[in-house]
Design a protein. Structure first.
Length: 494
């Protein structure tokens, strides 16, 4: 964040300065977690679902915060605790606002106005973070820019990400997430993107949106927010996303493999940890696991072309891409290859996981370990049955399903001919680990995936401990005894 004066901050937030403002320097950083405060920071006291930032004013001041933004209805308490955390005779001012969350949005909106860097907004039902990172990797080959931190894509995270932008940056790639109609419009009104990307439409967060039609309506709000001077990138092979183009007042570029795309991939090749494809007779190589990274790669390529990068520069950027932790990251853990895709899951990304294993070569066995997909509402049972079918059709060697919908996954796999000896229905994590302990062999490839709430990273952590000999030496917690019927080693498919 470039330096912002106290009085400018008060103006932007419609706030009131309380305390001695004499000699107060400009501020260059906002922090909402008192544990991350650095000397001179602004501590923004937000009221959350479980914690209220006003309760941490003492700690924020002791760590050197130079200013705090607080709610008017908390002012008396805030003044008392703020003074307690300050050295005698040294009490920085407060800015008092009606609501600190609204004030954060107001500040980010005000801060955005003078910025000259190109702002790119990314939304969709899946692949937002990967696409964001791919765009950043490609554009960073020639330009300085920033992107959303971690999963900062909501009404708190987006303003904080926007405040990372400063006058030295030429672009910002911001992720916009939503679980209801109207949320993307609100975020876009703050960020004012000039380029809009929709990664794809699926059943993610359908419980919040209410229906697939509402998902389309909500995600398309990004297109409606774009200025006529901007442009949008949409998946051209999907009739649903192609049909959204009419909602944009600016040019729309379609990317995909079909002939009517503006940016079209051909000769697509997938190796274990490599994606290669051609666009206009130029070959591009991306160090990723899975064909599903093609859409993000084409999106980044299309944006780069529009702002003037050469084929060589784009190729360099794509080659530099590194997957985000928990999103199809490949690890060699002991004698096993583990594809860690544990960050989240929805029907589209689960299908992509099945396809990743389909094209994996050289494995002793290919094992898919899945947890429930959450927030699917009335679509949950059908979606999990379809997952089982997709796993069987991908020709994997073993499927272990964990969660309340595990039975549906197993039923779907059996419908498509996957033999019961290759299947395990696990209602509890301990049972899943017991089965996995029995079937693991050197050279196996395991893809682990599930919704965030299922915490499937625990399976990857268990594998690391097992590889270090913790379980074999008896140092780990005792595994439960279970009557799971499928405990014989899974043999590779003939």
């Amino acid at each position: 964040m470039h330096p912002v004066s106290l009085h400018s901050l008060a103006t932007a937030t419609h706030g009131q300065i309380v305390g001695d403002a004499d000699g107060v320097a400009a501020f260059t950083r906002v922090e909402i977690d008192s544990r991350g405060i650095q000397p001179g920071d602004i501590f923004w006291a937000l009221r959350g679902e479980h914690h209220d930032g006003h309760s941490f004013l003492v700690e924020a001041r002791r760590r050197g915060a130079g200013l705090a933004v607080v709610r008017r209805d908390q002012l008396s308490q805030a003044q008392e605790t703020w003074t307690t955390g300050s050295e005698r005779g040294s009490v920085p001012p407060l800015i008092v606002v009606e609501d600190t969350l609204t004030a954060l949005a107001d500040f980010a909106r005000w801060y955005r106005l003078p910025q000259e860097g190109l702002v790119i907004g990314v939304t969709g039902s899946f692949g937002k973070t990967t696409t964001r990172e791919m765009i950043h990797a490609v554009l960073s080959a020639t330009h300085a820019g920033v992107r959303s931190r971690k999963n900062f894509n909501n009404h708190i995270g987006l303003p904080l990400s926007l405040l990372e932008l400063d006058q030295s940056h030429e672009f910002a790639v911001l992720e916009l997430g939503a679980s209801a109609v109207g949320e993307i419009a609100m975020l876009a009104e703050i960020a004012q993107p000039e380029v809009g990307v929709i990664t794809g439409i699926g059943l993610a967060h359908v419980e919040g949106f209410g229906s697939p039609e509402q998902i389309v309506l909500g995600k398309g709000e990004l297109l409606e927010a774009l200025p006529a001077t901007g442009f949008a990138i949409l998946p051209g092979d999907d009739p649903v996303t192609r049909g959204m183009a009419d909602r944009s007042s600016c040019p729309v570029l379609f990317v995909g493999e079909s002939e009517y795309n503006h940016v079209r991939a051909s000769n697509v090749r997938v190796a274990n940890q490599r994606l290669t494809f051609d666009v206009d007779h130029v070959e591009y190589d991306v160090p990723v696991t899975g064909r599903h990274f093609l859409q993000a790669s084409l999106t980044a390529l299309a944006i780069a072309r529009e702002i003037g990068l050469t084929n060589s520069e784009i190729s360099t950027g794509l080659a530099s891409f590194q997957p985000v932790p928990g999103r199809c990251q490949v690890h060699q853990i002991g004698p096993w290859t583990v594809i860690d895709d544990t960050y989240n899951a929805n029907p589209a990304s689960m299908r992509a996981a099945c396809e990743t294993l389909r094209y994996w070569h050289g494995a002793n066995k290919r094992l898919l370990i899945v947890g429930d997909m959450l927030e699917l509402g009335s679509h949950a049972e059908q979606a999990h049955t379809k997952l089982g079918r997709a796993a069987a059709e991908a020709g994997i060697d073993g499927l272990l399903a964990f969660g309340q919908h595990a039975a549906r996954v197993i039923d779907g796999a059996q419908e498509r001919g996957l033999h019961p000896s290759r299947l395990a229905q696990c209602d509890h994590l301990e049972i899943l680990l017991t089965v996995l302990d029995c079937v693991l062999e050197p050279g196996d490839v395991l893809l682990v995936k599930g919704s965030r709430g299922m915490r499937m990273e625990r399976v990857v952590e268990w594998l690391r401990e097992k590889a270090q000999g913790v379980w074999a030496s008896g140092q780990g917690p005792e595994m439960p005894q279970t009557s799971v019927p499928i405990l014989q080693p899974l043999a590779p498919s003939p």
